[in-house]
Design a protein around this ligand. Structure first.
Ligand code: SF4
Length: 272
């Protein structure tokens, strides 16, 4: 396994990928996108494993988050970030050691219950999936076996990947605070106009918002439907820094958030 992560881009202060304004990373590569894309996927350019990507080491991503996630809110979106979860978990773990206020969201089209039970496995077939996907999976996967070679060409044509073991999935839930699971279904879209606000999840109503650390602690899946999550936050006041719900009379959930927000405001004014 390598120590770098493939991305296609990063957005600052996005308001549609979880609580508050978030630093949102888009990972490169989505098996589902290559095999059978979600209809209406908003991010086709992330599907393939070949082509342009920006490869960053775990340490580089840690530095970027520490510098740019002014309110400590970070989202890993795709593509399919869970393919690179082993490295992304290292990022989250290191950042929470630097500052326990770091809060992470990850989107995945896979269902968490299945991942918890079986891990994430995938049979790669050269003819169907191409060599770039295999090269990437060799970097990400916990294990590879069942390799069949084409002797005449001296190359692998089939490989059975264990991308994540159930233990790896537990690590994901330990460090990723909210995991949005399930494929994107356009007919159930949670509309942007309705939910374009600090702290919403844009996706589809079939998706769930899973509370990672609470699930690990209790041993059972703790979640709320994504549309329910949004409804609960509708017409409520939110902390201007981290996006937590607050009383209508408050702008911040605590003094540390207020200080962060003021510092950020000052910096923006200075840079003008
Ligand atoms: S919505 Fe996500 S999981 Fe589905 S094809 Fe697009 S990038 Fe892949």
């Amino acid at each position: 396994m390598t120590d770098f992560i493939r991305f296609i881009g990063v957005n600052k202060d996005t308001t549609t990928a979880g609580p508050g304004k978030r630093l949102e990373f888009f990972t490169k590569g989505c098996i589902r996108g290559v095999v059978s894309p979600c209809f209406g996927c908003f991010n086709e350019s992330t599907w393939t494993f070949e082509g342009l990507s920006r490869n960053l080491t775990v340490d580089e991503v840690v530095q970027i988050c520490d510098r740019d996630a002014w309110n400590r809110q970070v989202t890993f979106c795709g593509g399919e970030p869970i393919l690179q979860a082993k490295a992304l978990v290292k990022v989250a773990q290191q950042l929470k050691e630097i500052d326990p206020d770091f809060h992470f969201v990850m989107y995945t089209a896979y269902k968490l219950d299945t991942l918890m039970k079986y891990g994430l496995k995938f049979t790669w077939v050269k003819e169907k999936h191409g060599t770039a996907m295999r090269d990437a999976l060799l970097d990400y996967a916990a294990d590879v076996e069942g390799i069949k070679f084409d002797e005449s060409k001296g190359e692998a044509v089939i490989s059975e990947f264990t991308i994540l073991t159930p233990e790896d999935v537990q690590e994901v839930m330990k460090y990723i605070d909210l995991i949005v699971d399930g494929d994107y279904q356009q007919e159930k879209r949670l509309t942007t106009s309705e939910y374009m606000h600090d702290g919403w999840f844009i996706g589809s109503a079939n998706q769930r918002v899973i509370f990672g650390p609470e699930t690990v602690k209790s041993g059972t899946l703790k979640y709320i439907a994504a549309d329910e999550y949004n409804k609960q936050r509708a017409n409520k006041a939110h902390c201007k820094c981290c996006g937590k719900m607050v009383d209508d009379t408050q702008n911040f959930c605590r003094n540390a958030c207020k200080a962060r927000y003021e510092e950020r405001k000052l910096l923006k004014r200075t840079l003008k």
